[in-house]
Ligand binder design. Sequence first.
Ligand SMILES: [Zn+2]
Length: 539
Amino acid sequence: MKTAFVNGKIRTVDRNNSVAEAMLVADGKIEALGSTAEIRRLAGGAGRETDLAGCHVLPAFIDTHLHMMDHGIYGLRTADLYPARSVEDVVRLMQEYLTERQIPEGQWLEGFGWDQDLYPGTRFPTCRDLDRVSLSHPIMITRRCGTICSANSLAMKLAGIDRHTPDPAGGEIRKDVEGEPDGVMLESAMSLIGGIVPKLKDKETIKEILSYSARDLVRHGILVAHTEDFMSVGDKKTLMEAYLELQEEGRMPMHLVLQLRIHKPGDLASFFEFGCKSWETFGRIKIGPIKFLGDGSLGAWTAGLNEPYDDNPGERGLVYYNLEELKSLVATVVKNDFDLTIHSIGDRSTQLFLEACLVNNEEIRRKGFRPSVIHSQIMNPKIFELYRQTGAIAIVQPMYVHSDWKIADARVGRRMEHSYCFRKMRDAGIPMAAGSDLPIESVNPFHAIQVSVTRKDLEGQPEGGWYPEEKLDRLEALKLHTVYGAGVSFDENRYGSLEPEKQANFILVSDDLFAVEEDKIKDIRVLATYLDGEPVYTA
Ligand SMILES: [Zn+2]
């Protein structure tokens, strides 16, 4: 079956950044691009014709790091705390949620998206506040960063947390002046609460949540999602079955790359037992790399740095593994035919991981793997060199510029010269791709592209841009979400640009990304999303 798409403005994102008027699609693949007359001639009157009526066309987007399960859980089963502007608001929103949903006593009540930086006196919500919502429901509310939570008294009781509970490594159970835990759990302490919230095990519920997220992604023009979900469910096999069943039932209108998250090296066996390996493909579902945490976050001073924080001189953050441990972890993973990716924000953490990859470089190359670093925010010249030596990929989050520019200078001072430095990284030839980290940041790629191009947040701050020398041009910014993303999963010959032989995965959009004013890029809307030449979403 052939379809001729004619009279459009098709931005191919090929080597020459060429724009075509028309495109011939046969069996889901692009056969040719050219003028409307040329494509009509090639089609020879056979098949269908779709008039694009002057519409702007882009390759469909690729998001190389997000969390589909968490996004769906937050969307469908969690109180939305983003609108709160005070602790009072947090309490009210939780009360409203409890009343609306009529959640039975004893069941967990969860909220997401609070941010004390927006509240008077930057006060954290504590167990005292949450006890006013309910004493008979355990409550856990997660900060917008996803690495800090507050719990009520019942939740702490169920977790066995009292004044004698020691802080876990890499975390803190915050205490009040009397030495009693006040409900706030920082970083790894969060898992003391999160770990006892019953995880989803029911396959149908998991499928409903995944398909909710898939619909949302397709609406934003995203047709490839590298998703990390295995920590968000109670059973890994059930999740794997859920992905595959959704695909069989025609309810997964996109490509998935599965990032296989482990909590500790002991969890590796559960993935090795699957009997598959990285980059194996099942229809549109691809097994991705093993993923683990290297460090914490900049917001909580837990990103692992080589030198102390500028605004907290006693603190260097944390790394979960030393070099010896990383070397053996990398070797084990690669030996078992899995690729690797790490959550790493600080320079110490990234450097250690890349050094461990370098030690194992021969084996990694022999297997044809491409390790990657998710975030890679705080860098140094040595890390640039390690990227060159290992060929590792940096999976960056342009939206973190939007969220972090107000705190990062205070945290790392002079180190900003090599941090969030997307232009320098590109110029150094580091392979890069963009991820949103949904639900932590907006998944809308036009938001991220505007931030990459302007180096301002979406409110237009700071004036002139934050480290404006790191601005990307529009084409480079777009490539982070398209062709460069395809390379992360070895799919550069399948999708990511609109060229002959590639899949016809494209979007119709409301405006010309290359002509609108810089601060209007975020307003570009997706009008339709096509997978293999067929519409899977229409506005
Ligand atoms: Zn993430």
